[in-house]
Design a protein around this ligand. Structure first.
Ligand code: 2HG
Ligand code: ZN
Length: 463
């Protein structure tokens, strides 16, 4: 059976596109942090939508589970086949063509395997901006970013992937290709089915191409780091910046000095970007208006006059801006170097961020001596990565920590995942934190599109 299946896949995509020996499969069944290790009987690397369709049809006829995979930068085991027997991983990484850039239509059409940084660059060449931005942009691929409804650091201004996708092409679980590759800003013709595939984590089909929304390329950029007191001033600083800078404010990221201290410990020559404060907001405003810098400086002076900022460092040039961003973007890597951590990708209403972080930190560190909370994230959209460093902790302790965090999240009517998704990692939490009716709705959609349960079984919903 297996040999026959492999032959059929080779016929569909060519011999070199099918990896079936353990050593070649290994990188695809291990997530990049090394936290999740699964197994698969083969990896297939199709080069076109037609080949994806053929692969899906073959697997679906044989009732073989399919796990779609992009850049493998996920954090929730959505693309790692855990507890699956004989899964076939379909890697989209060979499909990395920028199909077209239509600057006048403010749209770019790309294949699913395009790396985010390449899409940003293609847009830039056409003097346009593709605003999705995140630490893994050098390897994360569009198909995965669509399938997880990726967020990142510019959601405050540009929204998540859900608002950046204009059109989509996907392969359904029976192999049919559904073509909605339209570059339309308005389209009310029936159900917006593409939204089902955005954030579905590969459980309803495989995203093969997307039309993405572009924006004018801002010509001015102001980046600043503000030392703050989270409980006393963070909300007022944010509100002040929103009032003064309005829609030009594109990022407002929060991190604690703990994160800086960890990085400095690993890179001893490095100096903090400003005098130590318990917390920092990294803010960025962009605009095409040449008045941006003056407006931003006025906003910062007013912050200072109101006694809201402990200190402010404004980047003088793009190298300094980069260096400030590096403090934010290296947190995940640094955290990985510390050893085991438990990740929580939660969201709460923005107004509740300081209280949530304070209460949750106090409770977790009190109840579990020896663990350290490392909370950081996207202040401007309410998404906090409430991670807990747990050297040597048992599974029971880890579970108790997560249960406590999610209990508090429920108190704030927040979400158990804001951007990383459910994958296989948070499946039980989804069951616990969404109502029976909401779960039924999700299962109804899944059954309608994938009655044989071949598409990424065990991710998001039970197997
Ligand atoms: C980020 O915001 C990413 O940097 C990763 O979403 C967060 O490592 C994390 O928990
Ligand atoms: Zn994030």
């Amino acid at each position: 059976m297996k040999a026959q299946l492999l032959d059929a896949l080779r016929d569909a995509c060519g011999d070199a596109a099918v990896l079936a020996d353990a050593a070649s499969i290994e990188p695809y069944v291990t997530d990049w942090r090394g936290t999740f290790v699964g197994r698969a009987s083969a990896v297939v690397r199709p080069a076109s939508t037609e080949q994806v369709s053929e692969v899906v049809r073959i697997c679906s006829d044989a009732r073989i589970p399919i796990v779609p995979q992009g850049g493998n930068t996920g954090l929730a085991a959505g693309a790692t086949p855990l507890q699956l027997r004989d899964a076939i991983i379909v890697s989209l990484s060979r499909m990395r063509r920028i199909v077209s850039v239509d600057a006048d239509a403010y749209a770019v059409t790309v294949e699913a395997g395009c790396v985010l940084a390449d899409v940003q660059q293609a847009a830039r060449r056409a003097e346009r901006l593709f605003p999705l931005s995140l630490a893994a942009e050098g390897s994360a691929e569009i198909g995965g970013l669509v399938s997880t409804n990726a967020g990142g650091t510019a959601v405050l201004r540009y929204g998540t992937m859900r608002s950046l996708v204009l059109g989509l092409e996907a392969v359904l679980p029976d192999g049919r290709i559904v073509d909605g590759l339209r570059a339309l800003y308005k389209d009310n013709a029936g159900y917006d089915w593409k939204q089902l595939f955005i954030g579905a984590e590969g459980t309803l089909g495989i995203v093969t191409r997307a039309v993405l929304r572009l924006f004018p390329m801002p010509r001015e950029r102001v980046t600043a780091l503000i030392g703050i007191d989270l409980s006393e001033t963070a909300l007022r600083v944010f509100s002040h910046l929103q009032t003064m800078l309005g829609e030009t404010l594109s990022a407002c990221e929060l991190f604690p000095d703990r994160a800086l201290a960890l990085r400095v410990a690993y890179e001893p020559g490095l100096r903090r970007p400003m005098a130590e404060h318990a917390w920092y907001l990294l803010v960025e405003a962009t605009s095409s208006l040449s008045t941006l810098r003056t407006a931003a400086e006025e906003a910062f002076v007013a912050l200072d006059d109101a006694g809201l900022a402990g200190a402010i460092v404004i980047a003088e040039n793009s190298a300094q801006a980069r260096a400030l961003w590096e403090w934010r973007e290296t947190i995940t890597e640094t955290e990985k170097r510390t050893g085991r951590s438990v990740k929580h990708d939660v969201s709460v209403p923005i107004s509740a961020i300081p209280e949530f972080i304070a209460r949750a930190t106090e409770r977790i560190e009190r109840d579990h001596p020896g663990v350290t909370v490392l909370a950081f994230g996207h202040f401007g959209d309410g998404n906090i990565h409430f991670n807990v460093l747990v050297p040597g902790a048992t599974t029971a302790v880890v579970d108790a920590i997560s249960a406590a965090v999610y209990e508090m999240i429920a108190d704030f009517r927040g979400s158990i995942t804001a951007e990383h998704g459910i994958g296989r990692y948070r499946r039980n939490e989804l069951l616990a934190h969404r109502s029976i009716f909401e779960m039924d709705l999700m299962r109804t959609v899944k059954r309608a599109l994938d009655p044989g349960n071949v598409m990424n079984p065990g991710a998001v919903l039970e197997e």
